[in-house]
Design a protein around this ligand. Structure first.
Ligand code: B12
Ligand code: SF4
Length: 547
């Protein structure tokens, strides 16, 4: 059989880096791992073709027996469109992925077969059923799959050179119980890991294909700390033996700061950045969200501890918890500055379907529509200690301030000057030199005077005061270019939403609450639903005062 697997194009988001990818010669930051994973699970007698719409065009006329589509909630509209287009052409369409696992009810009727949850067992089962003509309309595993026998994903089917970094997964699931988290709803609380040899084989495969950066896409890399340490020990040996060809990054919980051995291993294995869900500087909000693992030590001390090992912390932050009032925005700004966190993904609290938070706010009549799956552009909760316009206005101010030139510069510089030293550095090769040229072209030579001054000042200061951090300074200059443009566009988008909310508030004494409904339903559109995000793709220089 011939099977065509499609990843839909990403709507603009914090992670799409639309403003800089063309300049660095890439089409997308990371490949979606689900497609190579599904291809790896497919017996070799079938022909697999992978298409990622982020790096190539979809071939709607392809002669395929099965078309498989993946996606997150943010891809929902494109998933529906793709499925309809292929079905119109008589193709047999199957859908799986985080959107299908969390909201199967929104996909039934849009495909021939729906895969809910992980597909390590159900995909091969379906292929056998399909060949026998006895397939079912829906597949859902009886138990969460054991990953210790998962085959290596077919990275070789990806157009690797079009991505900035590759993605590899070690474990799924997280032992914690954060109230807003949909990950534990779908992947469970018991971390399930691959064996060290499996991960090494995957890293080796990506390295052979030319990868120089790998994102270990675990929900929480230290969910099972013993296994994580065993893997890190081997990754450190692997990287050292080859002269550190790979930079790793991953996602962990903040309590990694209380484990010096783990931090030393992360450094030894060449993890340059970790993404940490810090969420809030306010203890009451963390308690309310059941994010108790963040309360084991002072937050700023914990972040500094991680940085002292030469590892950059990128933070996930959230506003709009029940204990957040209008003073939370300033508190967040102060925290990011004190903790020296240049890059923070700041969002508004979202009630994702099926989470305990969703059930609680719905029961309290505080649900304001469904979610578009991106906490940076909307919120579907009526806050407790603020009005909705107050939340949206405060949030808008918070993100604008966090990514203005001056604040970002201060945080970046503080981090670069004070982070721990990592002695070893890979010797630059021709690709590095080319990349360096492209970055300077984008952030200096072809930039606005303000952007050029920002870049010169940051790079020269670091060259003079801490030259060994030059590569990190360059990366932060690039990140700011991407995020500043994106945040400016989100602010314009929020301005529209705030106007709409204020008009609604003026029209009625109390803000309207809407029932949760599938997005394609008719009737009045709640704010979060009408908040289309296509205009977030406008070039940065079309924005008022943008640089
Ligand atoms: C790595 C990651 C990223 C990376 C890489 C994204 C990428 N290119 O794929 C980055 C950092 C860029 C990212 C960004 C975002 N992410 Co993200 N991300 C993840 C993370 C941690 C791992 C995803 C992964 O690679 N999993 C490994 C694969 C193998 O697992 P899988 O996709 O579930 O696939 C299995 C099954 O679902 C099934 N399957 C999947 N597809 C298909 C298709 C078919 C045909 C079949 C049969 C089966 C099948 O089989 C697979 C094997 O079992 C998840 C958390 C999680 N555990 O899912 C969040 C997650 C997917 N991200 C999420 C979100 C919200 C985002 C952002 C919107 C955040 C933002 N505001 O910017 C952006 C969107 C970016 C975009 N793509 O447009 C949410 C999505 C919620 C949802 N249910 O839709 C998740 C679940 C995390 C969360 N709860 O917050 N993300
Ligand atoms: S630590 Fe992260 S992955 Fe784990 S439950 Fe909390 S939010 Fe979810």
């Amino acid at each position: 059989m011939r099977i065509y697997l499609v990843t839909p194009r990403n709507p603009p988001s914090f992670w799409t880096y639309d403003d800089i990818l063309p300049s660095i010669g890439k089409r997308c930051l990371f490949p979606n791992l689900s497609m190579p994973t599904i291809a790896g699970l497919t017996p070799p007698e079938h022909e697999m073709i992978l298409c990622d719409e982020n790096v190539e065009d979809v071939d709607f006329d392809i002669d395929a027996d099965i078309v498989g589509i993946t996606g997150y909630l943010v891809h929902s509209e494109r998933v529906w469109e793709l499925a309809a287009a292929f079905r119109r052409r008589g193709r047999f369409v199957v859908i799986g992925g985080p959107f299908a696992s969390l909201c199967p009810e929104q996909l039934r009727g849009h495909c021939d077969v729906l895969f809910v949850d992980e597909a390590e067992e159900t995909w091969p089962e379906f292929l056998r059923d399909f060949a026998a003509g006895t397939w079912r309309a829906e597949y859902r595993p009886a138990e969460k799959p054991d990953l210790s026998s998962a085959p290596t994903p077919r990275f070789d089917l990806l157009k690797v050179d079009r991505y900035h970094a590759m993605t590899v997964q070690f474990a799924r699931g997280c032992p914690y119980t954060c109230e807003f988290c949909d990950i534990i709803v779908v992947y469970g609380r018991k971390p399930r890991a691959k064996r060290v040899e499996q991960v090494l084989a995957e890293v080796e495969a990506c390295h052979r294909l030319g990868a120089r950066q790998i994102f270990l896409v675990d929900d929480n890399f230290i969910g099972n700390r013993k296994l994580a340490k065993a893997l890190l020990t081997e990754l450190a040996a692997w990287n050292a033996a080859r002269g550190y060809p790979i930079h790793f990054q991953t996602e962990v919980t903040l309590n990694v700061a209380q484990d010096d051995e783990c931090l030393a291993l992360l450094r030894a294995a060449n993890f340059s950045t970790i993404f940490v869900g810090i969420e809030s500087p306010r203890a009451a909000s963390l308690v309310g969200a059941r994010k108790l693992q963040n309360l084991r030590d002072d937050l700023v001390t914990s972040v500094h501890k991680i940085q002292s090992f030469g590892i950059q912390v990128q933070a996930g932050m959230i506003v709009g918890f029940d204990d957040d009032d209008a003073s939370i925005f300033e508190e967040q700004i102060e925290f990011l500055a004190a903790a020296r966190i240049p890059v923070a993904m700041i969002g508004m609290l979202q009630a994702m379907p099926k989470t305990p938070l969703h059930a609680r706010v719905a029961a309290a009549g505080r649900l304001a529509g469904g979610t578009i799956g991106d906490a940076l552009v909307s919120s579907n909760i009526i806050p407790l200690r603020m009005t909705r316009p107050e939340l949206f206005r405060g949030y808008r101010q918070l993100i604008a301030q966090s990514y203005d030139f001056a604040s970002f510069y201060r945080r970046a510089l503080e981090f670069l000057l004070r982070a721990g030293r990592v002695e070893r550095r890979r010797r630059p090769n021709a690709t590095d030199v080319r990349l360096f040229g492209r970055v300077l072209w984008m952030t200096l030579i072809r930039a606005t005077p303000r952007r050029a001054w920002f870049t010169v000042r940051l790079l020269l200061t670091i060259l003079v005061r801490r030259p060994q951090m030059f590569e990190s300074a360059l990366a932060l200059a690039v990140a700011h270019k991407a995020l500043h443009g994106y945040v400016r566009r989100v602010c314009l988008h929020l301005d529209g939403l705030i106007d709409q909310l204020e008009r609604e508030e003026a029209a009625s004494a109390s803000p309207p609450a809407f029932d949760e409904a599938p997005r394609e339903s008719s009737g009045p559109l709640p704010l979060t639903m009408s908040a289309r995000t296509e205009h977030l793709l406008l070039p940065a220089d079309e924005l008022r005062g943008s640089a």
